[in-house]
Design a protein. Structure first.
Lengths: 394, 449
């Protein structure tokens, strides 16, 4: 290892100011600080520093995402094989899943990474590790069927408009991964909504009988008035257990509630994710669902009458509230406002999902909308808190 | 006695704790004064090179506030005066003579005489004794003006920053001086609050006679500024004064003898110190003797003061006016491969992101490494978890970034105490305390101008 550190040290002058490769310093810094701990020492009166840095912070999020990624790969393969009536054994399913998901992840990292690097070079700042998280969160919110060029255009938009134009990680007010997804969602609606979630590998006439390709939310939303949405879901082949475990069609990483719960436990235990936001989301979504259930009345009530257990297991509620809503940069800063923010996301998400016929799912829009409101929530909370202070008059 | 529970405190659990052995004076004939290190002190020289000085002779005064004086802690000849950028006095070197001449500042004050002294008499004696600068006026943490009257004075007995002298050790030596000093301080204001730490190991029956509050919590629960925030009821109290026990002991010694107190009990600690212990020495002594105290040949950072608020000094400087501790830690670190993928059982951390969180009681050895690169604030909110004054440091920092000082003050900038903890915990390695200090200094200059 000594050899490697010496080599890096000897190369550093090339990249420093006045060196031949001065422009590429961010690249050197990224590689150097990825491999080895920093050699920088403290300059101010605070002589020692905590071991936590943003690299560690972001790697914890990546670790928490692990199960979602792995399950997402498996489930994408599984849904495809089920539709085509192919073998359901583990290995072929995973291979199919990898073929579908890996290219999306690679495109996301490559396109986003290059843009991040270009901005770092022109702006002269370090490459931010927040991108490691954005680059993986984004493909997990996409259907496995999305054309790669669309995925590439999406992440380019997300990184540039969602983050870099405001000055990079830490200065953005929208979640970049969701901004990227929103762009794809509104630009190529045919590819990211409706019934295109499962890749069909065989000719149309070879599809298994009874396979419709509709997502659970699509089925539930179409329940006629007077009927029970839960019954419709079970008739269409979705069980509550499958929805909770994640064996249903949907975006790559969103389907499994149990994997998202694992992520939640990791984020809460390490104090990287805010439990207040997550709790707020659960409370908000549950209460809103109960209100809608009341409106629907006891008989049927179609989608309005679907109980909270179903609502929380379907779609991207779990994934969105664990990984997207807790993004510290786009959430409010204060602990109390994080709770309020979570509750509002929960309520808004259910409203968009159930009441708005234009959008099958609500979390992306709910979180982006509340991202915009985050500074306002902080401001109001802070104004109330300041009233309790003994003011300084100078 | 009232109990004050201070929330959001933190114990660093560092290795290199000093043993309670006190070792006697370290002799040196070279004494060095670094006026640049005294906070808010713009020095103007009164002496010239080769001039003879006695203990207590006037060396420097403040350019704008002539009541801030700096007296010579040694008798001898001024050997060298070193000027820095824009002719600021960086260093005054005094060669000690064997005569130890002493200039009497005023006739010694006894207990009975003290009761008869008026407030003005006490103030002028502290000023003539060169110790006025030991008193801090909030919210700007600067020395008060000569005719300011303190609404209340906050005294804390214990030091909880790693590593500072422990009250059980120095009170055993100087208890009488402390009691006398406290009587002097009580002359300055009608309301004097004395806070003692829950963890104090000194004779409790003696302390109970003096203390008004028990302070519960880790660092910085025993900071007078934090104590003030939690005890204040009115707006006037914002301008309270603060002073700590070791400073009071010096004032007590000054009044008792009428001479400038030169003896100093300091802590020598840290992982790079061969024998972490207490040292009884003298103010302004050359720190050259430290070269024999290093544990090995690794590079060392010498810190005058605690590891979170101290100054980086070199072997060529002297023991400063406000120094009660010297901490030695390793400068920089061996570069480690793929740090952020490791379990990190031996990595100190405030949160739970490393395995060290499992055993919160273990002691850590820390270096002067920043442990990460500088990034923009990611609003993680960790700094708010070490904020003892119910504020949101990240929001204040953002207001200050756009020069919105009104909002910053409204959110509690002036309540924030200079503890170093905000900077310590920040994962983006932002110099939060530095930003707050700079903003307060700027505001202070505007207010006093």
């Amino acid at each position: 290892m000594k050899f490697l550190t010496k080599f890096l040290d000897s190369q550093e002058k090339l990249f420093k100011k006045g060196g031949k490769l001065e422009k590429l310093y961010p690249l050197f810094e990224a590689g150097d600080s990825f491999l080895f701990s920093t050699k920088e020492t403290t300059k101010s009166k605070v002589h020692v520093r905590d071991s936590l840095d943003t690299k560690r912070y972001m790697s914890i999020v990546l670790a928490a995402l692990g199960p979602c990624i792995l399950f997402g790969i498996y489930n994408s393969g599984l849904q495809t094989h089920q539709a085509a009536g192919l073998s359901l054994e583990l290995l072929p399913v995973v291979m199919t899943g990898l073929k579908l998901v890996l290219p999306l992840i690679i495109v996301s990292y490559a396109v986003g990474g290059i843009i991040e690097l270009l901005f770092a070079i022109f702006r002269g700042h370090e490459i931010n590790e927040g991108f490691l998280v954005t680059g993986i969160l984004y493909p997990l919110t996409l259907p496995a069927t999305l054309p790669l060029w669309q995925a590439g255009v999406g992440i380019a938009f997300g990184v540039i408009i969602g983050k870099e134009v405001f000055g990079g990680s830490g200065r953005n007010f929208l979640n970049p991964a969701l901004t990227a997804r929103a762009f794809v969602f509104f630009t190529y609606p045919a590819y990211i909504s409706g019934e295109v979630w499962t890749k069909v590998l065989v000719a149309k006439d070879q599809i298994v009988d009874g396979w419709s390709g509709a997502t659970a939310l699509g089925v539930a939303a179409l329940t006629p008035t007077g009927e029970n949405a839960a019954d419709r879901l079970i008739d269409a082949g979705f069980s509550l257990q499958d929805a909770f475990l994640g064996f249903i069609p949907g975006s790559i990483g969103e389907t499994s509630v149990i994997c998202a719960l694992f992520g939640a436990v990791v984020l809460i235990l390490t104090k990287v994710g805010s439990w207040r936001t997550m709790l707020g989301c659960v409370i908000g979504a549950t209460s809103m669902t109960l209100i809608l259930n009341l409106v629907a009345g006891p008989e049927g009530g179609a989608f309005l009458g679907l109980n909270p257990l179903w609502q929380l297991s379907l779609g991207s509620f779990a994934f969105g509230s664990v990984f997207m809503a807790t993004d510290p940069v786009s959430s409010p800063s204060l602990e109390i406002s994080r709770f309020i923010y979570g509750v509002l996301i929960g309520m808004m998400g259910i409203i968009i999902r159930v009441i708005n016929p234009a959008y099958p799912e609500g979390w992306m829009l709910a979180i982006l909308l509340m991202n915009v409101f985050a500074p306002l929530i902080d401001h109001v909370v802070m104004e109330i808190k300041t009233k309790k202070r003994i003011p300084h008059v100078i | 006695m009232k109990q004050l529970k201070i929330k959001n405190t933190y114990n660093l659990n560092l290795k290199g704790e000093p043993s309670t052995i006190i070792e006697e004076v370290i002799h040196s004939n070279e004494f060095i004064i670094n006026p640049v290190r005294i906070k808010n002190f713009k020095s103007k020289l009164v002496v010239k090179e080769n001039q003879a000085v006695a203990i207590g002779s006037l060396l420097l005064i403040d350019k704008k506030q002539p009541h801030l004086k700096f007296l010579s802690p040694v008798s001898g000849v001024v050997k060298e005066i070193v000027y820095g950028h824009r002719r600021v006095v960086e260093k005054v070197v005094i060669q000690k003579d064997s005569a130890e001449k002493v200039e009497e500042l005023f006739s010694p004050v006894t207990d009975d005489q003290l009761t008869k002294l008026s407030r003005e008499d006490v103030v002028s004696r502290i000023i003539d004794g060169g110790l006025w600068n030991l008193i801090t006026q909030y919210p700007f943490e600067a020395a008060p003006k000569q005719d300011d009257i303190a609404p209340s004075i906050y005294v804390t007995v214990d030091y909880d920053e790693p590593f500072m002298p422990e009250s059980a050790v120095f009170l055993k030596e100087y208890y009488d001086d402390f009691v006398f000093g406290l009587e002097i301080i009580k002359k300055l204001s009608s309301a004097v609050y004395v806070g003692v730490s829950e963890k104090n190991k000194f004779d409790q029956s003696k302390l109970n006679l003096l203390a008004t509050h028990r302070l519960e919590g880790d660092y910085p629960a025993n900071n007078p500024g934090v104590f003030l925030y939690h005890n204040k009821k009115t707006q006037e109290e914002n301008a309270s004064w603060g002073i700590r026990s070791l400073d009071i002991i010096r004032i007590g010694q000054l009044f008792k003898s009428g001479n400038y107190p030169i003896e100093r009990l300091i802590v020598l600690a840290g992982t790079q110190a061969k024998k972490p212990r207490y040292i009884k020495t003298r103010e302004a002594i050359s720190l050259n003797f430290l070269s024999k105290e290093f544990v090995n040949s690794d590079p060392v950072r010498i810190i005058a003061g605690g590891v979170l608020t101290g100054d980086k000094v070199s072997l060529e400087s002297g023991l400063g006016y406000n120094d009660y501790a010297i901490n030695l830690i390793r400068e920089g670190q061996e570069r480690e491969l793929l740090t952020f993928f490791r379990g990190g059982y031996d990595k100190p951390t405030f949160g739970n992101t490393y395995l060290s969180a499992i055993n919160k009681k273990q002691k850590f050895s820390m270096t002067s490494s920043t442990n990460g690169g500088h990034r923009a604030c990611i609003s993680c909110g960790v700094c708010a978890k070490v904020c003892q004054v119910d504020s949101a440091p990240q929001m204040i920092m953002k207001s200050l970034n756009v020069d919105d000082i009104e909002t910053a003050v409204k959110y509690g900038l002036l309540d924030i105490v200079d503890t170093g903890l905000y900077t310590y915990v920040c994962p983006s390695k932002i110099e939060l305390d530095e930003i707050f200090r700079a903003a307060k200094t700027k505001l202070y200059k505007e207010v006093t101008a």
